[in-house]
Every structure is written in C-alpha cells, then in structure tokens.
Design a protein around this ligand. Sequence first.
Ligand code: NAD
Length: 75
Amino acid sequence: MTTNKDVLLERIANKSAVIGIVGLGYVGLPLMLRFAEVGYKVLGFDIDQSKVDALTAGKSYIEHISADSIATART
Ligand SMILES: NC(=O)c1ccc[n+]([C@@H]2O[C@H](COP(=O)([O-])OP(=O)(O)OC[C@H]3O[C@@H](n4cnc5c(N)ncnc54)[C@H](O)[C@@H]3O)[C@@H](O)[C@H]2O)c1
C-alpha cells in the first residue's frame, strides 16, 4: 500500500514537491533561494509587506544576498 509518506518522499526525491517557507528573514530567505537553486518550486510567506514587495520587485533586503540571486530564483 502506498502511503502519504511514500508519496511525499517520492515528490521530494523527484523535486515535484512544492516547498513552503514561512518567514523570509535571515533564515528563510537563503533557505528559499537554496531550494529554488537545486530545482524545487518554492512558495515563500511573510507578514512583512515590505519584504514581499522587495522580493516581488526582484530586490534583496539582506546584505549578503544579491538582487541577481532573487531574480534567478523567480524565473
Ligand atoms: N538567524 C539565526 O542565526 C537563527 C539561528 C537559530 C534559530 N533561529 C530562529 O529561526 C527563526 C527565524 O530567524 P531569523 O533570524 O530568520 O528571523 P528574521 O526576523 O530575520 O525573520 C523572520 C521573518 O518571519 C516573518 N514572520 C513573522 N511571523 C510570521 C508569520 N506568522 N507568517 C509569516 N511570516 C512571519 C517576519 O516578518 C520576518 O521576515 C527564529 O525563530 C529564530 O529564533 C535563527
């Protein structure tokens, strides 16, 4: 019998799982970019509208993260 766990593990293995990241600060934003870099679709959530607006505009608000890396992840 195939369980939900089997399905999830398979989706993680073949990268069809969509990753959700809640909170796009110093931990969440780099994590989101890394998942995107290795081929997952990622949905990020944050209650700070200024962060959402910056990411939507392809801008970074963390010093060591470039706008280029945001733009690349959004493609
Ligand atoms: N930064 C570190 O080195 C570090 C180390 C260990 C643990 N942590 C833990 O990791 C977590 C994140 O840390 P951080 O440094 O990235 O913090 P941060 O303040 O940089 O980012 C947190 C983000 O979460 C957002 N947020 C808050 N409530 C939310 C909600 N209900 N829904 C969606 N978004 C929400 C905030 O707007 C903010 O953008 C914290 O719990 C922190 O204690 C951080």
